[in-house]
Design a binder for this molecule. Structure first.
Ligand SMILES: C[S@@+](CC[C@H](N)C(=O)[O-])C[C@H]1O[C@@H](n2cnc3c(N)ncnc32)[C@H](O)[C@@H]1O
Length: 201
């Protein structure tokens, strides 16, 4: 398979896709401040968060992805609120208690979840979406189950947090291709009494 640099360069992966719908729906319920978008790609969620006022670090291994992300940030007028980091998620040294929001879309960072959660401020929110293992005939995402989440694996990884939203489903994408995806919004809090904000829309 082509490298991510090649895929971004030849346009086989969309260079300016829309931000994640669940992120768009929940963002108004998140605390303000700093955000980290892991495996940011061309920065669709990072730029969206910057447009919403966050100071955003977008991390990816792909120089080409980050080059396009910088262009997207410039086009959106949020260069001063975005910082692009070329880094490797498996070995990255996450700062502790730093980010009010961490987002991970379509990268299986499960081995780093303990450190990612520690990178959240108290009350900080984690949004994750990724491909799911399924018996349904899907046409999007990794060919092997190794890089997909097993049933409930994402939910299980966040049970020490306050889960505000969880979903796992097979659906047709706008281009007609079937895809199996799981998503979570979880807050870095525990306790008997908490708020459960209702997102708009
Ligand atoms: C499917 S794309 C998702 C991009 C973006 N999050 C989105 O949803 O549009 C996966 C991204 O993970 C990045 N990636 C793959 N392995 C990585 C690693 N070890 N460290 C950092 N980024 C990585 C790729 O460069 C690519 O940008």
């Amino acid at each position: 398979m082509a490298s991510w640099d090649e895929r971004f360069r030849d346009g086989s992966y969309p260079t300016d896709p829309d931000p994640s719908p669940v992120l768009q729906r929940y963002v108004d319920t998140f605390p303000d401040g700093r955000a980290l978008d892991l495996a940011t790609g061309t920065g669709r969620n990072a730029v969206f968060l910057a447009e919403r006022g966050y100071r955003v670090d977008g991390l990816d291994q792909s120089r080409e992805g980050l080059r396009i992300a910088r262009e997207n940030a410039a086009a959106a007028g949020v260069v001063d609120r975005t910082n692009w980091i070329q880094g490797d998620v498996p070995s990255y040294a996450f700062p502790e208690s730093t980010y009010d929001v961490v987002t991970v879309s379509f990268y299986r960072a499960i081995d780093r979840f303990a450190d990612i959660k520690e990178a959240l401020t108290p009350g900080g929110v984690l949004f994750v979406q990724h491909h799911l293992r399924t018996t349904d005939p899907v046409e999007v995402g990794p060919d092997t189950d190794r890089y997909r989440f097993a049933a409930n694996e994402l939910l299980h990884a966040c049970l020490d947090m306050t889960v505000l939203y969880f979903d796992a489903k097979t659906e047709r994408r706008p281009d007609g291709r079937p895809s199996a995806t799981t998503e979570i919004v979880a807050r870095n809090t525990t306790g008997h009494r908490q708020s459960y904000p209702e997102p708009d829309g």
